[in-house]
Design a protein around this ligand. Structure first.
Ligand code: AMP
Length: 190
């Protein structure tokens, strides 16, 4: 099973992905988490990615495809994966299809969590207020969120017609309470 969790920053992709890890034994592949780990470890990738992430921009497509390609080679991915935060550009979506094609795999569902921008600002503000300073993400602030939302609308949302054409796109109202979203995803996956 290969799932793509799609939606703007703060839509709840990571939350739902983690619940699916528990309920279905899938592996969560969060490119944001991978990049944050690289930053924390001080690797070359981390050094390059940090400034881009802090500003709310996107790390380049070739780098991201390389990261996902390497990660999917690992044996724990054999049972299925949830892609969380990837793909984020049409080029990444096309690269992912080529990568999967080479393995004889294909995407089963693309689940879009729809949330309007005002609600996202409110969520991020709550996330900031509830997280101790030392655990806060460097990119969790109103200014960077504005940039990240702009990037989402300009570069990530244009992927949707690509998946719609393939009949893969499923939309779920991400404004619903977490449990209701989880239930809707469960019904969709059967
Ligand atoms: P996230 O945790 O998914 O919100 O990602 C945090 C940041 O990591 C993003 O704002 C980007 O700077 C970077 N990032 C994560 N995933 C990708 C991706 N697929 N392509 C480019 N940049 C990414």
């Amino acid at each position: 099973m290969i799932l793509v969790m799609f939606g703007p920053p703060g839509a709840g992709k990571g939350t739902q992905a983690k619940l699916l890890v528990e309920s279905r034994g899938l592996v969560q592949l969060s490119t944001g988490d991978m990049l944050r780990a690289a930053v924390a470890a001080g690797t070359e990738l981390g050094k390059q990615a940090k400034a881009i992430m802090d500003s709310g921009g996107l790390v380049d497509d070739a780098t991201m495809l390389g990261i996902i390609s390497d990660r999917m080679e690992e044996p724990d991915c054999a049972n299925g994966v949830i892609l969380d935060g990837f793909p984020r550009t049409v080029a990444q979506a096309e690269g992912l299809d080529a990568l999967l094609d080479g393995k004889g795999l294909k995407i089963d569902h693309v689940i879009e969590l729809t949330v309007d921008d005002d609600a996202l600002f409110q969520r991020i503000e709550t996330r900031i207020a509830e997280t101790p300073v030392e655990e806060r993400r460097a990119d969790d602030n109103a200014e960077t969120l504005k940039k990240r939302l702009g990037v989402y609308h300009d570069q990530t949302k244009p992927i949707l017609p690509y998946y719609e054409k393939q009949g893969l796109l499923r939309q779920i109202d991400g404004m619903l309470p977490i449990d209701d979203v989880t239930q809707a995803i469960g019904e969709l996956l059967g």
